[in-house]
Design a protein around this ligand. Sequence first.
Ligand SMILES: *[C@@H]1O[C@H](CO)[C@@H](O)[C@H](O)[C@H]1NC(C)=O
Ligand SMILES: *[C@@H]1O[C@H](CO)[C@@H](O)[C@H](O)[C@H]1NC(C)=O
Ligand SMILES: *[C@@H]1O[C@H](CO)[C@@H](O)[C@H](O)[C@H]1NC(C)=O
Ligand SMILES: *[C@@H]1O[C@H](CO)[C@@H](O)[C@H](O)[C@H]1NC(C)=O
Ligand SMILES: *[C@@H]1O[C@H](CO)[C@@H](O)[C@H](O)[C@H]1NC(C)=O
Ligand SMILES: *[C@@H]1O[C@H](CO)[C@@H](O)[C@H](O)[C@H]1NC(C)=O
Ligand SMILES: *[C@@H]1O[C@H](CO)[C@@H](O)[C@H](O)[C@H]1NC(C)=O
Length: 646
Amino acid sequence: MMNFSKGFRGAFAFLVVFLSSWRSSTGDPRTSVVAQYCNSTLSVSGAVLADNFVPAMDNVSALVNRNGFGTTVYGQAPNAVYALGQCLEDLNSIDCQLCFSEIRSQLPKCYPKTGGRIYLDGCFGRYENYTFFNRIFDSNDTSVCNNSRNSSNPRVFSALLKEIIGNVSSTAVGNNGYAVASAPAPNSGSSVYVLSQCWQNLDKSLCNSCLAAAASSILGCSPALEARALFAGCFIRYSSSLFWNTYSSGSSSSGNNDLPWIIPVSVVCALLLIVGIVVWRKKVIWRKRNANYLKEFYQPGLSPAISQSNLHFKYGELKKATNNFSQSNKLGQGSYGIVYKAVLSDNREVAIKRLLLNTRQWLDQFVNEVNLVNQVRHKNLVKLLGFSVDGPESLLIYEYFCNRSLDFFIFDPSPDKHLDWEQRYDIIQGVAEGLAYLHEESETRIIHRDIKASNILLDDKFKPKITDFGLARSFPEDQTHLSTGVAGTLGYMAPEYVVHGHLTEKADVYSFGILILEIVTGKRCSNAVGPRAGQSLLAKAWNHYRSDTLNEIIEESIYAESVKDEILHIIKTGLFCTQANLHDRPTMVKVVELLRNSKRVEEFVLTDPPFLDVSVEDVEEGEVSCLLSNSSAPALSTSERQLSGR
Ligand SMILES: *[C@@H]1O[C@H](CO)[C@@H](O)[C@H](O)[C@H]1NC(C)=O
Ligand SMILES: *[C@@H]1O[C@H](CO)[C@@H](O)[C@H](O)[C@H]1NC(C)=O
Ligand SMILES: *[C@@H]1O[C@H](CO)[C@@H](O)[C@H](O)[C@H]1NC(C)=O
Ligand SMILES: *[C@@H]1O[C@H](CO)[C@@H](O)[C@H](O)[C@H]1NC(C)=O
Ligand SMILES: *[C@@H]1O[C@H](CO)[C@@H](O)[C@H](O)[C@H]1NC(C)=O
Ligand SMILES: *[C@@H]1O[C@H](CO)[C@@H](O)[C@H](O)[C@H]1NC(C)=O
Ligand SMILES: *[C@@H]1O[C@H](CO)[C@@H](O)[C@H](O)[C@H]1NC(C)=O
């Protein structure tokens, strides 16, 4: 059998290469976004949702990459994430991967809303916190008409459209949910092309109901020559041009196979004889091509400046270093992403942040920020060691600190977590110096925006290192809720920032004041009923200040007569930082000076406690965000997460 085929081998190899290149050159992942809807409900516990959201997306994209479709459930109610992904049937595996990788970077824009869905021309993705897999309708179902070109004969066009969409839809119901067809359009040289697709999990009757509703909706677009119906359970598109993929040698049954009949019959026979070899060889070549194709797809974003930067790491290397982002390497949830411990090939231990939002869209800006932050060097700031943008997600590489974050210690009553007053004082001083540097001494003025205990890491000598600074600026403004909106609280966030969105360095000063109070009292700013009840840490501190009983709020274990005055001085410095009027707050440089002179107790004039100019509604809203913060703050602590799991 093999001997006569030998002569054809060269020809077949050529044919295979030809077919594969033809295939990948004509394949179109159709990644343009048709529509994205986010649920309007905000998750009550952002970080817990993120804990489930990221693995659920991982899981569903692995399934989609393998099968073109997948559903998954991750976590427990009310933070369970139900996710569904579907590539339209005409996409081959590589185009499906390309399409879904776009979904993976776009859909998280809905986070921390409880749900969202996105329609690309080639694929679909959705997540919710309830089971929706069998729902075929919801309130956002709609058709999107493209009226830039209309049929010149609306009546005939409408009738034809109705017939062909009806045909395609009923074929789809009996064909695993997918069908395409075309027909010549009336009095014109062109045709009308229709594609119907139900999500693969739906049974025939659900698929039928969905397509019927979608069909009657999309018919409302006539005489537009192009339209799409976007339903919870299905998708229909029609167009005056061919838009689906017709891979010539693909297994996809629905393509127009023009190619085979131009191949001589003898070749076809021989091809059948050694089809095994061909399939095998094709797979090998195809796999190689896929790798290159993916690379080319991503490469345009990588300017030489990036790929030659010594800060740039390869995605694959980092993935390996984190053991495939394994759960056991997870250190915690920071703003914008999950942090993993990793060991690089040179045995360096580092922390890698996997960004929840893919930053490819604003790559240049992102890289500028990385370069900027890289120039910022201070003993109390965590060093950024590098980044990676060549994979499906962007990654940041930081120094790793074995002692984790401050919240891990100060809020934990167990004796082995105890920090004595001197250590606490050094931490306060160090954070103040780091912030003063960011605000005034670094080349570019940087406002941190998210100063809190979980963003202060501790090295092996318990010296503080501020993390997560600077990069916040490279995220679009409407995404700040990922960090400051959710993570901030009326406790941590300055009133003018919460109420008016007015951001200056003084917002950091305010947060720093809160941090001082937490460090001295061992209590969370939000571990309370709420400011209105006068129970928040801050309100409590101000009340004690007024009644001259501040020493009562000092954590017992650090209280000693010998350091009492020093501690009181520091608490007052904290209150000084939290005054409502930002002009009354000191600069960080001034704070550093005050802290250094702690022996010389200067009498502060503290006249302006916060919240007096905030209406009751605002305060109530603040309580909600305080609640949100509770659950999202726990960069590194599980106790806090349990707290929010209530
Ligand atoms: C939004 O989420 C809520 C609760 O999670 C759900 O009841 C509602 O149906 C969702 N809305 C849409 C349009 O999915
Ligand atoms: C994906 O989901 C399956 C089944 O729900 C589960 O067994 C598996 O562990 C998940 N994989 C990941 C990476 O989460
Ligand atoms: C979905 O999330 C919302 C807001 O967090 C919550 O109120 C609701 O109970 C959740 N739904 C389910 C089914 O868990
Ligand atoms: C989606 O539906 C919700 C409520 O059902 C509505 O508030 C929202 O405006 C809709 N979004 C769009 C883009 O139509
Ligand atoms: C509408 O169709 C035209 C071509 O027919 C295309 O150029 C344009 O981008 C389409 N508009 C939208 C919103 O899809
Ligand atoms: C197509 O028809 C729609 C309404 O039927 C109209 O709004 C639109 O302007 C028309 N477009 C063109 C290019 O004539
Ligand atoms: C729709 O299906 C019917 C019955 O199978 C067939 O006669 C008709 O030609 C089809 N119409 C189109 C436009 O394909």
